[in-house]
Design a protein around this ligand. Structure first.
Ligand SMILES: O=C(O)CCC(=O)C(=O)O
Ligand SMILES: [Mn+2]
Length: 203
């Protein structure tokens, strides 16, 4: 049986205008969202990634970290990322997101956008490690940033601003039929962190 979020969550969420994508603005209250941002900025083991793009090594315009259940590993952009076992607030957040969505997550890719120059280009989370119809849940804290989705078959993109404490959920065919990105901005913006939870298909 394929996944769908619980009806109560869907009733509280905003439709984004794309099937099998929804947005919940106040998933975390302001105070826990502030605390999560402060702790993550201070405690997370941030990495600056080197990626191979079109045969050239480039520095990714963001910082990243990855955590999960002990023993999990995720391959993307040709590199295997073995999770640092999650603990404390990241594990608590994984459990809270899992409980809200009635789904078990075992891995999180954490992205830190230091300012408006940091971004994430068009992609889909469709790696083989995630299985056929992955459920991706992204909790955002910090500065508001614009997230876009566009159909792979062509056509206009749709924008959704991701606010402090929000939850964006993508499931079903959304990775197969759409790509998404986090847009660069010239506006002066502060730090933003996204926790993008996944479940590895082989776990
Ligand atoms: O930062 C975001 O909200 C998007 C992150 C994302 O798409 C990813 O980590 O795959
Ligand atoms: Mn993604």
């Amino acid at each position: 049986m394929s996944y769908a979020p619980p009806p109560r969550l869907l009733a509280a969420a905003h439709a984004v205008g794309i099937p099998q994508v929804c947005y919940l603005p106040g998933f975390l209250d302001r105070q826990p969202a502030d605390a999560l941002l402060a702790r993550a900025l201070a405690d997370v083991d941030w990495r600056c990634e080197r990626l191979t793009m079109f045969g050239r090594e480039v520095t990714a315009p963001r910082l990243v970290a990855w955590y999960g259940e002990a023993g999990t590993a995720y391959r993307y952009s040709g590199v295997v990322r073995r999770a640092t076992p999650w603990y404390g607030e990241i594990r608590a957040l994984a459990l809270a997101v899992g409980a809200a969505l009635r789904w078990r997550f075992d891995y999180v890719l954490v992205n830190r956008y230091r300012d408006g120059d940091d971004m994430l280009g068009w992609h889909a989370d469709d790696e083989r490690d995630l299985g056929d119809e992955p459920v991706i849940a992204a909790v955002s804290v910090g500065a508001e940033r614009v997230f876009r989705l566009r159909p792979r078959r062509g056509g206009a993109s749709t924008a959704q601003t991701l606010g402090h404490g929000s939850l964006l959920v993508m499931w079903g065919r959304s990775q197969r039929d759409y790509k998404h990105c986090l847009v660069r901005t010239r506006a002066p913006v502060g730090e933003r962190i996204s926790f993008t939870f996944r479940r590895l298909a082989n776990s």
